[in-house]
Ligand binder design. Sequence first.
Ligand SMILES: NC(=O)c1ccc[n+]([C@@H]2O[C@H](COP(=O)([O-])OP(=O)(O)OC[C@H]3O[C@@H](n4cnc5c(N)ncnc54)[C@H](OP(=O)(O)O)[C@@H]3O)[C@@H](O)[C@H]2O)c1
Length: 359
Amino acid sequence: MSNHKTINLVVFGIGNVGSTLIQQIHTAKKQLQQQNITIKIPVVTNSKLAFYNEDGLTHTWDCDFQKFSVPYKVNEIISFVKAQQFQNLIAIDATASTDFVKNYVSLVENGFHIVSANKVANTLHYDFYNTLRNTLKKHNKSFLYETNVGAGLPIIETIKNLYGSGEQITKIKGVFSGSLSYIFNVFSERNKSFSKVLQEASKLGLTEPDARQDLSGNDVARKVLILARELNLKAEFQQVSIESLVPKQLNGKTTLHQFKTRIKELDVPFQNRLASLSNDAVLRYVGELDVVNQTLEVKLVSEKKQSAIGQLRGADSIFEIFTESYGENPLVIQGAGAGKAVTARGLLSDVIKLSNQLN
Ligand SMILES: NC(=O)c1ccc[n+]([C@@H]2O[C@H](COP(=O)([O-])OP(=O)(O)OC[C@H]3O[C@@H](n4cnc5c(N)ncnc54)[C@H](OP(=O)(O)O)[C@@H]3O)[C@@H](O)[C@H]2O)c1
């Protein structure tokens, strides 16, 4: 078993995605052994507490965390893994934190690869984006973030492969948000008010607790920006033109409670929008990166029912990648673009990809 590898993960963030990842790693143990990989998790943290176990977590990790976790600083975790002389270190970022991202450079300088579900590092100012990549190069470390766009769907990898092989990508367009996919897929059936659909989406756990975060379009805009940067466009978040779906009178200055009680104010404008379409058309909230004209947009558009985007169902995401070789008919990737199980699986798949490059 000379080519057997032990990978040491430090999991930052044990919410929906982080805890599902730990569960999936336990369940996949045998499968991983067959690939000569052992994944050990010597440290897990939330925003304030860390649980250390140099032998790696067991299936009682959740209880152990409740009982034995202690306040921590990232530097202390770095000292701990150094003292233990752990090899093949990967930091998992399963937070949504801007603060945590500030640790990336120091983690890389101290021997960590990074696998992240958190979009922040790829959407901050371009200087940070560049500094991180230069640091990674200098220390020969990897940063994988397939789950930043489309959760478990292979979007980043596909685009990287196309771009890296010299294929001219001209446009990427699609529905990049599970919650907004559901909302407009159902609303476009024309038998429910917008507020009713929004409430249903919230009940199904598809929206953020404050649905205005989804309706603002910022999350879709971040994904468009990440895709643009994959194609080497030095774009900034401010360059994304965003059509927010939050009415001005219900913006962030209004409390969440006020927003919820006045939610019917959204009905007339969206109903009018739908009524203005022909019968064979539906509304879709799309992200669009026009590479030729270098425009980044997030907007509500009308699509023919029969088009790939028009046929979308449930909370699925769809990505249409237009390139020179694919011509008029884009390469299409479609499926669940959100959810803890597919996102955690996407993180694990990044970990395995990285492990295959390690000694
Ligand atoms: N859920 C999905 O479908 C999905 C899909 C694609 C990508 N993602 C991304 O995956 C990430 C995690 O999502 P989630 O749904 O699992 O979120 P979540 O349930 O809110 O969990 C977030 C976790 O991060 C921890 N955390 C927050 N700030 C931290 C910090 N500074 N340092 C260390 N830990 C910190 C939180 O700890 P506390 O409890 O102490 O605050 C919590 O354990 C997000 O970036 C999200 O955008 C999620």
